[in-house]
Design a protein around this ligand. Structure first.
Ligand SMILES: *[C@@H]1O[C@H](CO)[C@@H](O)[C@H](O)[C@H]1NC(C)=O
Ligand SMILES: *[C@@H]1O[C@H](CO)[C@@H](O)[C@H](O)[C@H]1NC(C)=O
Ligand SMILES: *[C@@H]1O[C@H](CO)[C@@H](O)[C@H](O)[C@H]1NC(C)=O
Ligand SMILES: *[C@@H]1O[C@H](CO)[C@@H](O)[C@H](O)[C@H]1NC(C)=O
Ligand SMILES: *[C@@H]1O[C@H](CO)[C@@H](O)[C@H](O)[C@H]1NC(C)=O
Ligand SMILES: *[C@@H]1O[C@H](CO)[C@@H](O)[C@H](O)[C@H]1NC(C)=O
Ligand SMILES: *[C@@H]1O[C@H](CO)[C@@H](O)[C@H](O)[C@H]1NC(C)=O
Length: 300
């Protein structure tokens, strides 16, 4: 009983019109032509004069391309798609109702529906995404032409004409990530393509390189540019070195002198103490003598 039901359901299903579209997003390069694939199957008798196809941009509710009575019907086509769309008329009889869209723009991005009617009807939806590669980024810096270690400089990284917005990564020669200390701004031109500008404020280290990497998330390509800043010489400029050495020598001399003075003072006070001690001992001895001589008469 159940098997019979299933079989009949399957039979009905196989008779119903089915629309096939790619189910992953279609990424199209800006300015190129693309085919949005859409095919259908499941009709019992194929009669082209009964076929109707409606391509629409779902989000904007705009008509992209329509077909019925065996011809294109473009009176209600949105202006922005004028002269940029076509169906493959020779392929319609084999169920291929794919849309050719020419010179893809950023604003074309969105979900397209392919609606097919013949005996019954059905539809499929395709997400189309636009991508444009950025120019190779350039890195410049403002300020001193001869930067020194410890100088704070602003490095600017610029790239143009990409879509969508890029990720920026700043690193130094040893791969340290400086991105958190950079600002990123992007401005779209009238075609929707971005100019990316990132400014990194960094305290220069001697002889270091700073690089800016741009990644277009949709293309995965890495635009990459770097700047090598050879900050003037050593971290210890010669003048500072001599001043330091001079100061150190002075300090040393001072310390020695101080030590010598102290030593003498200690020695003097020691001698004084010894002299005092001796004097005291002498006194005691004398007192003892006197005491002795004083007791003598008593004894005798
Ligand atoms: C359209 O379909 C054809 C045939 O299946 C395939 O070769 C082509 O890559 C598809 N194009 C796109 C943009 O998906
Ligand atoms: C539909 O026909 C066009 C033109 O021949 C072809 O480029 C495209 O790949 C076809 N699509 C499918 C899904 O077969
Ligand atoms: C196709 O459909 C048209 C209009 O419905 C009809 O006049 C014509 O006879 C049909 N052709 C076939 C082969 O069924
Ligand atoms: C489309 O092409 C026709 C004929 O070449 C032209 O008259 C019309 O201005 C074009 N429309 C657009 C929007 O480019
Ligand atoms: C970012 O800047 C802060 C403050 O100037 C500094 O403490 C920190 O070390 C910097 N981060 C990196 C990765 O250099
Ligand atoms: C670099 O740092 C930024 C911000 O702190 C972070 O988002 C990013 O994932 C880091 N990238 C790498 C490659 O470490
Ligand atoms: C600076 O970098 C260059 C190239 O990496 C290296 O040859 C040189 O020894 C470095 N100088 C200093 C002072 O670190």
């Amino acid at each position: 009983m159940l098997a019979l039901l299933l079989a009949s359901l399957l039979a009905v299903h196989s008779l119903a019109l089915e629309v096939h579209v790619p189910n992953s997003p279609v990424v199209v390069l800006f300015g190129t032509d693309t085919i949005l694939n859409c095919t259908f199957s499941g009709v019992s008798t194929f009669n082209l004069s009964q076929l109707a196809v409606f391509w629409q941009l779902m989000d904007a509710q705009q008509s992209v391309h329509s077909y019925w009575k065996q011809q294109d019907q473009l009176t209600d086509q949105a202006e922005r798609f004028a002269n940029r769309t076509s169906l493959f008329h020779g392929q319609l009889a084999s169920g291929n109702v794919s849309l050719l869209l020419k010179r893809v723009r950023v604003v074309d991005e969105g979900t397209y529906t392919c609606f097919v009617s013949m005996e019954s009807h059905s539809r499929g939806a395709i997400l189309m995404q636009v991508a444009a590669p950025y120019t190779k980024p350039s890195v410049t810096w403002e300020g001193d032409a001869n930067p020194k270690p410890g100088d704070v400089v602003a490095l600017t990284c610029m790239a143009y004409g990409g879509f969508p917005e890029a990720k920026v990564l700043w690193q130094d020669g040893s791969g340290r990530n400086f991105t958190e200390n950079a600002t990123v701004s992007s401005v779209a031109n009238d075609q929707g393509l971005f100019t990316i500008k990132s400014v990194l404020t960094v305290t220069l280290e001697p002889n270091n390189t700073y690089s800016c990497k741009l990644t277009n998330p949709r293309l995965g390509d890495e635009g990459h540019a770097f700047v090598t800043i050879t900050a003037q010489g050593l971290a210890f400029p010669p003048v500072a070195l001599w001043v330091t050495v001079g100061l150190a020598v002075c300090l040393l001399v001072l310390l020695i002198a101080l030590a010598a003075v102290c030593h003498r003072k200690i020695k003097e006070s020691c001698e004084e103490m010894r002299a005092e001690q001796e004097a005291k001992e002498l006194e005691e001895a004398k007192e003892l003598e006197e005491a002795k001589s004083a007791t003598t008469p008593l004894k005798s």
